[in-house]
Design a protein around this ligand. Sequence first.
Ligand code: NAI
Length: 330
Amino acid sequence: MKRIAFFDTKPYDRTWFDALNTKYEIDYFEIKLNERTAVLTKGFDGVIAFVNDEINEKAINTLVENGVKVIAMRCAGYNNVDIKAADKKITIVRVPAYSPHAVAEHTMALLLTLNRKIHKAYLRTRDFNFSLVGLMGFDLYGKTVGVIGTGKIGRAFIDICKGFGMKVLAYDPYPADIPDVKYVSLDTLLSESDIISLHCPLTEETRHILDEEAFSKIKKGAVVINTSRGELIDSHALLNALNNETLFGAALDVYEEESEFFFEDYSNTIIKDDILSLLLSRPNTIITSHQGFFTKEAMKSIAETTLKNLDDFFEGRPLKNEVCFRCPNN
Ligand code: NAI
């Protein structure tokens, strides 16, 4: 039986993998995979990793020395894997889509919560405070949403927005033919959108796509939502835009420095990240800890595809979900 090391395990990860796995001996490690922990993989044939594992060149070299043949990412993004360092040494597979709807629905949940201040209303009414002061939002109907990245999740979010009667602008270097969506330049999207939502991958080009300059072009009073990757936004620039009241607010499911904190309980600790603390202290900012994907349908689909990717690799079939330095679809 092939041995698989599963990193950054939480109790909810095991539910579907334990239910669906029949072929592999899986050891579940709570620790994240990085250049220090890669030594744990001696004797394993493959690893299953996640969004905040740090699979850099040193980690890859250790995996290869230990005899690991395949890195199966149980997520869509792979910006945390040095695919150049892995080239011709180790195979990488991923789950390109599990439920775009899960992330798109969470994006709308964040927008509705931020706009209608549901998070504040929930706390108020539990304290028998039925005042409406400070809870005013705005109609989404008729507003313009600017979607950056119109792939699977961006399109699912566009469909939801259309259901709300919103106008849709989009920016994507590879435009698709989507009814009632107008592709515009990034500058036009920034200056004309009431809501800006990020749905592009993290790449060299998109890192800090919302930086100080971009925030200076954003329409006053706009909402910024990021459910993609934290590094798409320069957090200092976001904080400045919130401080000088450029924005109505920001809703984030991801954060630049999230790998140190997200998915863990630090409620009894002083967090040593001033930007995160300041963002959390702003009344018009809400942060969820990378939970966009977190529905039972998505978790089941992640386990199914990850196990199928491993089957294809170990049984020598073509790898439709491979990512690599030279792959034409990367
Ligand atoms: P996708 O690959 O289907 O779509 C990405 C789109 O971004 C493509 O249309 C591509 O052309 C576009 N794009 C590439 N470079 C761009 C640029 N410079 N500017 C604007 N658009 C650009 O990916 P999918 O499935 O829609 O996922 C999008 C992102 O969502 C992932 O890369 C990942 O970072 C994030 N994600 C977040 C999750 C969460 O739990 N919060 C879960 C899953 C994905």
